[in-house]
Design a protein around this ligand. Structure first.
Ligand code: SER
Length: 339
């Protein structure tokens, strides 16, 4: 008999690390981890199988279906916002065609299993695009349907994949003669703010100035923060982000009024980030050296998001506010890591 599994793509990334640690503690959870690079050794004994491969490799995905009964897909693989701007077309292929391949795999799996397959998708504040700083200040906490005009390839990809997910959930092959209206993909997405992990450093994002500043300070390295001190966006620590993914996946479908939910924890400026880091690591050598192009991207992201739908529908609430994030999680864990 084929084994019932949870498939995680992008398993070796920042979210993958956090998610594998949490899911592996749940009883009866078999994890199949997929990533383009070999899975971190520390995670290998927490998963049933890890596969080195690309979400664009249709043969590989086909083989996955043969060998496993996939009940839930956490599709985390993605090229982040800064990296995507260096080769937008390649990023589009990975971010959009990769998602399409996984959605297709979910449909196929659900047909074999006779029940819908959950598809959990991390979207981002990058799906928003606010044209000016005046608009950003006036917008305050934005709701999911507002300001959907992303300025990055990554943001466009995320917004479009949210729509793809909705389509596969509700309208897939709507004109086919054998279309029975049965749901096959149970699509659920979260728009995450900038994420900060104590265990890993991000690669290729534009909210990275926060976590990079912190990790550099703990390592005693010099760091040039690429945005102005007054720059503000929402952030969240990784344990809360993982909690959100797992909570949304576990929510009864009939409680969900949306496919895509904002969530947030705390909004702080780069200066506030600097002050907290400096207080914890007084020797830190952090300077502000603005990269205007990356600044523009961060300026287009909201300073805060309205997460009341997530709070109402699936009882979302972060465990870590700003103070607790730094004092109880980030600073002690990062200190220990680089000791
Ligand atoms: N944090 C991501 C980035 O900066 C956004 O999802 O690209």
């Amino acid at each position: 008999m084929r084994q019932k599994v949870v498939l995680i793509t992008g398993a070796n990334g920042e979210m993958g690390h956090g998610l594998i640690q949490v899911l592996s503690k749940q009883a009866d959870t078999n994890i199949v981890a997929l990533d383009v690079v070999p899975l971190d050794r520390a995670l290998r004994n927490l998963v049933s199988t890890y596969i080195v491969g690309d979400v664009l490799d249709q043969m590989l995905l086909g083989r996955l279906v043969v060998e496993h009964e996939i009940a839930i897909i956490y599709h985390l693989a993605s090229i982040l916002s800064t990296k995507a701007e260096y080769n937008p077309e390649t990023a589009h292929r990975i971010n959009v065609e990769g998602t399409l391949n996984l959605l297709r795999l979910a449909v196929e799996q659900s047909q074999w299993q006779g029940e819908s397959v959950k598809f959990i998708y991390p979207s981002s504040i990058a799906a928003y695009g606010i044209p000016t700083l005046k608009d950003k200040a006036e917008a305050g906490a934005v709701v999911e349907s507002d300001w959907n005009f992303p300025t990055t390839m990554y943001g466009c990809n995320k917004l479009y994949c949210e729509h793809l997910g909705r389509y596969y959930n509700s309208h897939y092959r709507q004109l086919a003669a054998d279309h029975d209206g049965k749901q096959t993909v149970d699509f659920r997405a979260i728009r995450f703010p900038g994420l900060i992990s104590a265990e890993t450093v991000p690669t290729g994002g534009t909210s990275d100035y926060g976590p990079e500043m912190l990790h550099a300070a703990a390592r005693g390295e010099e760091y040039n923060c690429f945005v102005r001190p007054e720059t503000i966006i929402p952030f969240m620590v990784m344990p809360d982000a993982i909690k959100a993914l797992v909570c949304l996946a576990a929510s009864p479908k009939n409680r969900l009024s949306k496919f895509v939910y904002n969530i947030t924890s705390f909004s702080i400026t780069a200066q506030q980030f600097f002050d907290i880091v400096k207080a914890a690591f007084p020797e830190a050598k952090i300077h502000f050296a603005v990269d205007e192009a990356r600044q523009k991207i961060v300026d287009s992201w909201p300073e805060c998001v309205d997460d009341s739908a997530a709070r109402n529908d699936w009882d979302w609430s972060p465990d870590y506010d700003c103070e607790r994030s730094f004092e109880e999680y980030l600073i002690p864990a990062i200190r220990k890591r680089y000791q």
